[in-house]
Design a protein around this ligand. Structure first.
Ligand code: AMP
Length: 190
């Protein structure tokens, strides 16, 4: 059983790589961003609430996000493991994830951070915004705010798992397959 946190700033390629990794390792891909966008597409109360934060490049409050993640994990108990993409984004969310997995007699196997510099991220997200239909990819101000939030609130999650030697950095620049192979090398060892 492998439970992997695919980590890194917005636009670092987590979603793209997660889609490839779940096929190879037969894991369940859980992206909290996708879950919020699904709710938004169905115009639910949760979706509307999330939108008010997403549009500003802010994090949705932990209590909402933690509950949504827990529900998704509990709905899918019989899997080979999970790839968490875009979660945890705060140390508090990480503590909750550890607790949730402990209840299932499991743990986080490893956190892998895709390393991409800020200017490359801005370029990638603006390009993605031309086709993704995501409001938060269209506005450079919102993109820069998301990077700021990542640095301040999310990057401490790397250090949190690093305390237990579970965090690894991987170069996020290169071809899709090069990056995929770098990730697989780490996953095969955890
Ligand atoms: P993403 O698709 O992962 O880039 O997420 C898009 C947006 O959804 C983020 O900018 C946040 O507003 C929200 N979001 C996604 N995951 C989380 C999370 N774990 N905690 C708080 N907000 C989140």
């Amino acid at each position: 059983m492998k439970n992997i946190i695919l980590f890194g700033p917005p636009g670092s390629g987590k979603g793209t790589q997660a889609a490839k990794l779940v096929k190879k390792y037969n894991l369940l891909h859980i992206s909290t961003g996708d879950l919020f966008r699904y709710e938004l597409g169905n115009n639910t109360e949760l979706g509307q609430l999330a939108k008010s934060y997403m549009d500003k490049g802010a994090l949705v409050p932990d209590e909402v996000t933690v509950a949504m993640l827990k529900k998704k994990v509990e709905m899918n108990p019989d899997v080979n493991g999970y790839i968490f993409d875009g979660y945890p984004r705060t140390v508090n969310q990480a503590v909750h994830l550890d607790y949730l997995l402990k209840g299932k007699k499991q743990k986080v196997s490893g956190l892998i951070a895709l390393d991409v510099d800020d200017e490359e991220i801005v370029k990638r997200l603006l390009r993605r915004g031309e086709t993704s239909g995501r409001a938060d990819d269209k506005d450079e101000k919102v993109i820069r705010q998301r990077i700021k939030v990542y640095e301040k609130e999310t990057s401490p999650v790397f250090d949190y798992y690093d305390l237990n030697k579970k965090s690894t950095k991987v170069d996020g620049i290169g071809s899709l397959n090069q990056i995929f192979n770098r990730l697989c090398e780490v996953i095969d060892k955890v």
